[in-house]
Design a protein around this ligand. Structure first.
Ligand code: MEV
Length: 438
């Protein structure tokens, strides 16, 4: 039986690898070989990756791909995507090409406001707290001037500090609810540094506020942290075209528009479908966020909260036919950065941003929103026409053949064969066995 380990983080990388391989794997030698196989051959590059996190043993690869032909606000983009799911990049590329000849994607930023909160407990007179807060506010701003100086020079900084009374939801619970503009930075460190200083200043000033009773002076800070719910840091992306352009056959075009809108309506009204619908959107969103070194967990959390903002989880995309015009759009909260963090450290992330023409955070928000919309268009289009498995299994074919140990020649032959046959696990196995027995 394994026992807990002491001081693991202080061990060398080789010691950590030995320990994990020997304690938790059946064949330590083979396990070590797998871990080492993923090391970068350039020791400096490997060290850079080792130091991103604690207890690094090796690197974890994801394919890094490009979805070309995205026309966004009249400008052509090739969008980098990091993702393991076989059909995502193919679907994005297909949607990009479809809209390339129909006016492309139009985008707009609806807001860039980030949020952070100091949560605290105060059991006293509410009016006294309000008066204290009015005196406190300029002191809060002043206390973070060294942190905000550079951001302010560039036009960002703290936008608002509000006192919020939530004592009806939990006795004595209040917040400093703060909004920030962090420009091209995602801003997590900036916001959290400001908040932790606000918390200190709040506490110190309360101690010195003569109008407070002794109890009131001892207000208690619970925590200070940014919020990943950013409903006012919002991008919108849209495509539109005459209904007749949705298919070469005018009857099919109309039928497709109707089926498409029905699918979006279902995602709007039924949470089981809405979650899967939005998952498809996040296939595109997360892939670009990962490729550009942003925090996909933060975005995921914020996006799903936004999808439930009206009290029921629903679709992030919407579609209409008005007159003869089909319109399909997304509104999505995206707190992204194109400076700082991994964006300046990770060579592949830097390259991804260069491929995107070194976008501002706002431009990246627009590109990511487009990736989400395109992905959703491709998925819903397949769902209401051919079904999803046809394209998905075709893309998955190589994974299956690799798993079955097919040679390069066999793979080529079978890719050709399955251009005209249905891909299933059984049909691939059978076709491979047939070739191998010849
Ligand atoms: C699969 O990764 C994503 C889809 O399920 C999305 C959807 O159903 O809309 C195909």
């Amino acid at each position: 039986m394994n026992t807990p380990v002491e001081g693991f983080s202080k061990r060398s990388k080789a010691e950590k690898i030995n320990w994990i391989a020997e304690h938790y794997t059946k064949d330590p030698k083979a396990s070590k070989a797998i871990l080492e196989q993923y090391w970068n051959t350039n020791p400096k590059m490997q060290k850079l990756h080792d130091e991103f996190i604690e207890n690094t043993l090796t690197n974890y690869y994801l394919p890094f791909a490009i979805a070309p032909n995205f026309l966004i606000n009249e400008k052509l983009y090739a969008i980098p995507m990091a993702i393991e799911e076989s059909s995502v990049v193919a679907a994005a590329s297909k949607a990009a090409k479809f809209w390339l000849t129909r006016g492309g994607f139009k985008t707009e930023i609806l807001g860039t406001e980030k949020v952070g909160q100091v949560h605290f407990m105060y059991r006293g007179n509410n009016r006294a707290l309000q008066s204290f807060f009015e005196e406190l506010k300029p002191k809060l701003h002043k206390s973070v001037s060294s942190i905000t100086k550079n951001m302010e020079k560039r036009g960002g900084g703290i936008r608002k500090i509000e006192l919020r009374n939530l004592s009806d939801q939990m006795e004595g619970y209040y917040q400093l609810h703060c909004t920030f503009e962090t420009l091209d930075a995602m801003g997590a460190n900036f916001i959290n540094s400001c908040l932790e200083q606000f918390a200190k200043t709040l506490k110190e000033q309360a101690q010195q506020y003569d109008a407070f009773s002794e109890d009131e002076k001892n207000l208690e800070v619970v925590m200070s942290i940014l919020s990943n719910y950013v409903p006012n840091c919002l991008a919108r992306a849209e495509v539109s075209c005459p209904v007749s352009q949705l298919d070469a056959d005018p009857t099919l075009a109309k039928e497709f528009a109707n089926k498409f809108i029905r699918a979006i309506t279902i995602a709007n009204l039924e949470p089981h479908r809405a979650v899967t619908h939005n998952k498809g959107i996040m296939n595109g969103v997360d892939a670009v966020i990962l490729a550009t070194g942003n925090d996909f967990r933060a975005v995921e959390a914020g996006v799903h909260a936004y999808a439930a903002k009206d009290g029921r989880y629903s679709s992030l995309t919407h579609a209409t036919v008005e007159g003869d015009t089909f319109k399909f759009w997304i509104e999505i909260p995206l707190a992204l950065g194109t400076v700082g963090g991994l964006t300046t450290l990770h060579p592949l992330v830097k390259l991804a941003l260069e491929i995107l023409q070194n976008p501002s955070a706002k431009a990246l928000m627009e590109i990511v929103a487009v990736a989400g919309l395109a992905q959703n268009f491709a998925a819903v289009r397949s769902l209401v026409t051919t079904g999803i498995q046809k394209g998905h299994m075709k893309m998955h074919l190589l994974n299956m053949l690799n798993q079955m140990g097919a040679t390069e020649v066999e793979k080529q032959q079978l890719v050709e064969h399955f251009k005209h046959h249905v891909v299933t696990n059984a049909s691939v196995k059978e076709a491979l066995e047939k070739i191998q027995s010849q």
